[in-house]
Write a protein that binds this ligand. Sequence first.
Ligand code: A2P
Length: 340
Amino acid sequence: MKVAVVGATGLVGGVMRKVLEERQFPVQSFLPVASERSAGKSIGFQSKTYTVIGLEEAVAARPDIALFSAGGSTSREWAPRFAEAGTIVIDNSSAWRMDPRVPLVVPEINGEIVKADDRIIANPNCSTIQMVMALAPLHRAYGIKRIVVSTYQSFTGTGMKAVKQYELESKGFEVDAAEMAYPYPIFENCLPHCDIFLDNGYTKEEMKMVNETRKILDDPEIAITATAVRVPVHGGHSESVNVELKQSFELADVVRLLEQTPGIAVQDDLQKPDYPMPLTAKDRDEVFVGRIRRDESADHALNLWVVADNLRKGAATNAVQIAQHLLGRGLVKAPGLTAS
Ligand code: A2P
């Protein structure tokens, strides 16, 4: 089929291309799309070279699927135009996630909510995806009452500009204000500031975790509070998750449940010691869960340490899995695969 990656020159766009290749997604025709600044550049995909095109040209080509990762304003303006042309848009920005008409999908959890006539499908926030992957089985089994989460998020989640800021700072260079992705250095620092501040004193990232988790788990009653922190780490996001369940549980049952959940890898051996870390989660598609222990200060409460590669399961892998899910359910047709 004809597949466009909008934001193909960006960090997530690059990983989207890689994951499409790795998973042998049936791409007959590939359209790398970026801003007019990049139009004409060459990009490799499945051992061929393609020329980067602009959005007008891409929408005119009427791709079957467009994976978007080019920021919220591009998605707000262009996703509906692709949708009108018949393309299914899988959007990695926050533009459409909380729109009640748009499904917000982690395929392992709620892929079945996608309907045949959906043309825009939202990919959740990276920190939200890895947290709900670990919490969805617990919610199904015991019911979740309250979540308290603190994140330790890789600078790669902010895109190319942040990676350049980190690299320059780590080599000892002063970075011009215009070249900085953050208001302060990220090298040897922690910034309790992911995305913009809102009127309630939380950041937009923190409120994404609150609202998107409720939407994905389909439970507006879950109490959630989040603190999102940017750290000088490359390989992935880490999260300290405290969760209060509605029912009592045996710790061994919780561990077994997580071990049996597709997409989750339990890494929890205190003797070795073995636990999830961004260094070991990098380039992996699983969500790693460890330090699984009872919160002894509250009834029915647990602590978890959850780590995933934010560019993969937190973004590109989840988007490609949504495309695979659509293909599997026949909601998008691959010409070579539908003859029977
Ligand atoms: P470009 O490289 O031409 O600027 P990152 O988050 O890693 O910085 O990547 C952002 C991606 O989104 C890049 O591929 C970038 O293209 C693309 N992008 C940014 N603004 C636009 C726009 N207005 N139209 C199309 N693509 C855009």
